[in-house]
Design a protein around this ligand. Structure first.
Ligand SMILES: [Fe+2]
Length: 272
C-alpha cells in the first residue's frame, strides 16, 4: 500500500493549514513564486524545500526523504485492514479480533461496500473515528443488521470500553475533523492506535483553518504522549505505521513531536 500523500501534497496541506498562500510563502522563504508552484506540481527541489520548511513548520529532511519512505511492516495477528473504495482512492476500515471478540473501526464510503467480503455477524461494536463521508458510509447498513454503533462523540464521553480481552481508551484527535476520536486498543501483543485521519504514514489529515491545524497537532501531541513506546498506528488512509517512525519520518513532526532523538531501523535522518 502506498503512502496517502506525496511530498507536494504535504506542502499543500501545510500551506492550507497555516493559511499561507504562494506569494506569502515566497516572501517569507525568499524562494520565487514559480519555484514554489513547481514544488506544488511535484518537482522536487531540495534547496527550495529547505527554504520553505521552516516557514511551514515542516521537517525538511523528512520531506525530502518522503518519496523513499515506507514504514516497516508489522505482523499483527488478529488485525485486518479492509480497503474500501473512495472516489479515486482507498479508505481503510480496521477489524480487530481477539479471543472471539471482533471490533470494527469505521465503515467506508459506499453504503454496502463494507458488506462485501466482511461478515458483520458477531461484531461486538462498530466504532467511528470521525463522521466524514468516507468513514461512515456503511454505518446504517451495519446498524440495520444489529451491529452496535459507537459514535466518536459517545466514545469520547465514555472514555474507556472493555470488550472481553480488548480494552479501549478513546482519545481526542480532533482538528482535521471536529469531533474526532482515536482509539488505543490494548490486549493484543502490541498497543494499537486507531487514528482515523488525524495522522497518516508520512502525513496527516488536511485542515481547513489555522485553528483546526493547531488543534490537530496539539491533540496528536497529547495522544502520542500517552502511547506505549511500540504503539502501532492504524490510519484511515495508507499503510499502518508506528509512533516511533512517525516521530522521525513524518514531515509534520516539528508540529507534534515532543523532544527528538528517536532512531528507527538504525537510520538517522540528517540534521535539519
Ligand atoms: Fe477525514
Amino acid at each position: 500500500m502506498s503512502l496517502e500523500d506525496d511530498f507536494n501534497d504535504v506542502i499543500a496541506k501545510a500551506m492550507r493549514g497555516l493559511v499561507v498562500d504562494v506569494s506569502a510563502l515566497a516572501e517569507d522563504s525568499g524562494i520565487a513564486a514559480d519555484e514554489i508552484e513547481a514544488l506544488l506540481g511535484g518537482a522536487m527541489d531540495e534547496a527550495a524545500v529547505r527554504a520553505i520548511c521552516p516557514v511551514l513548520g515542516l521537517d525538511a529532511a523528512a520531506l525530502i526523504a518522503l518519496p523513499g519512505y515506507h514504514p516497516e511492516r508489522v505482523a499483527l495477528p488478529g488485525v485486518r485492514c479492509i480497503e474500501l473504495p473512495y472516489r479515486w482512492g482507498i479508505v481503510n476500515a480496521w477489524e480487530v479480533e481477539l479471543g472471539g471478540v471482533r471490533l470494527l473501526f469505521d465503515a467506508g464510503f459506499g453504503e454496502r461496500d463494507i458488506m462485501v467480503g466482511f461478515s458483520p455477524a458477531g461484531i461486538a461494536a462498530l466504532l467511528i473515528t470521525h463522521s466524514h463521508e468516507d468513514h461512515i458510509g456503511g454505518m446504517k447498513a451495519l446498524a440495520a443488521v444489529g451491529v452496535r454503533v459507537i459514535s466518536e462523540t459517545e466514545a469520547l464521553a465514555a472514555g474507556k470500553f472493555v470488550f472481553g480481552p480488548l480494552e479501549l481508551e478513546a482519545v481526542d484527535l480532533s482538528g482535521h475533523c471536529t469531533p474526532a476520536t482515536g482509539y488505543f486498543v490494548n490486549g493484543l501483543g502490541r498497543q494499537l492506535l486507531i487514528a482515523g485521519d488525524a495522522i497518516f504514514a508520512g502525513s496527516m489529515g488536511g485542515c481547513k483553518s489555522r485553528e483546526a491545524h493547531e488543534r490537530a497537532t496539539s491533540t496528536l501531541r497529547a495522544a502520542f504522549a500517552k502511547a506505549a513506546p511500540d504503539c502501532v498506528i492504524l490510519p484511515g488512509h495508507g499503510p499502518a505505521t508506528t509512533i516511533k517512525e512517525e516521530l522521525v519520518y513524518n514531515p509534520f513532526r516539528p508540529r507534534f513531536a515532543v523532544g527528538a532523538g528517536y532512531v528507527v531501523n538504525q537510520k538517522v535522518l540528517p540534521e535539519r
